[in-house]
Design a protein around this ligand. Structure first.
Ligand code: PEP
Length: 256
């Protein structure tokens, strides 16, 4: 039986000024009172809104993530933000390897590996994103691509505790497109990732790791997706920007 505690994380991308951040968090807290009881709830605002988000959360059940970090802890790297900075401001998690970073900002399996290392070194929980493009799926390369991203992203890194490590399977063709993977497609990918994790990291590690699904999750498809045996929650983009939708996904997906 799946005893992993579900996680629903909202990736706000480049949305929400500090004022908008404050208002959205207050709406979520007011309208969604018991959401944190059976589920870990995370939001990832842009860097400039993180301090405001942490203040608005005010010790409530919502945890705050950064959307990226740089792999060095400090130095002459104009424009970058480091693990110690993210930790100090109060983040618990950091998203790494999102497909938009891979697609638009030159993120590679190698840089993802260095960033996961930096997260772990700084006691931040990485939300390690991977997934195939439409062309890769159509060329029947889905599993080969996922395996490469997983094994190169992890490399030989020591991850002391599987509970402090999260994988997000996000088929690129489903992100922001309104096309969701069917529960069968998503479950097949998640089961594959868990099997591969078991090969590289052992059964116990694989069984404890939360694997989230991301790609056009909405309140009306969350239940069917999150009911699948190997799907432990969702990484939500567009629908995390509206309090009712984000709350609806948590309620539908976790049966609260
Ligand atoms: C994402 O950006 O991680 C994502 C899943 O976006 P959306 O929910 O909008 O498809």
């Amino acid at each position: 039986m799946n005893k992993r505690k579900p996680i629903v994380a909202g990736n706000w991308k480049m949305h929400n000024t500090t004022v908008e951040t404050h208002n959205l968090i207050k709406q979520i807290i007011t309208k969604g009172k018991n959401l944190g009881e059976n589920c870990e709830v995370i939001i990832a605002p842009p860097f400039t809104s993180i301090a405001c988000a942490i203040e608005a959360v005010g010790g409530n059940y919502i945890q705050v993530a950064a959307q990226d970090l740089f792999w060095e802890d400090k130095g002459a790297f104009t424009g970058q933000i480091s693990g110690p900075m993210i930790k100090e401001i109060g983040c618990s998690h950091v998203i790494i390897g999102h497909s938009e970073r891979r697609q638009y900002f030159g993120e590679t399996d190698e840089s993802v590996n260095k960033k996961i290392d930096a997260a772990i070194r700084n006691n931040l929980i990485p939300i390690f994103c991977l997934g195939e493009t439409l062309a890769e799926r159509e060329a029947d390369r889905t599993f080969e691509v996922m395996k490469r991203q997983l094994t190169m992203g992890l490399g030989s890194l020591v991850i002391p505790n599987a509970l402090n490590f999260i994988v997000a399977y996000e088929p690129v063709w489903a992100i922001g497109t309104g096309k969701t993977a069917s529960p069968e497609q998503a479950q097949e990918a998640h089961a594959f990732l868990r099997k591969e994790l078991a090969v590289f990291r052992g059964e116990d590690f694989a069984n404890k790791t939360r694997i989230l699904y991301g790609g056009s999750v909405k309140p009306d498809n969350a239940k069917d997706l999150m009911e699948c045996a190997d799907i432990d929650g969702g990484l939500i983009g567009g629908a995390s920007l509206k309090a009712e939708d984000f709350i609806g996904i948590i309620e539908q997906g976790t049966g609260i």
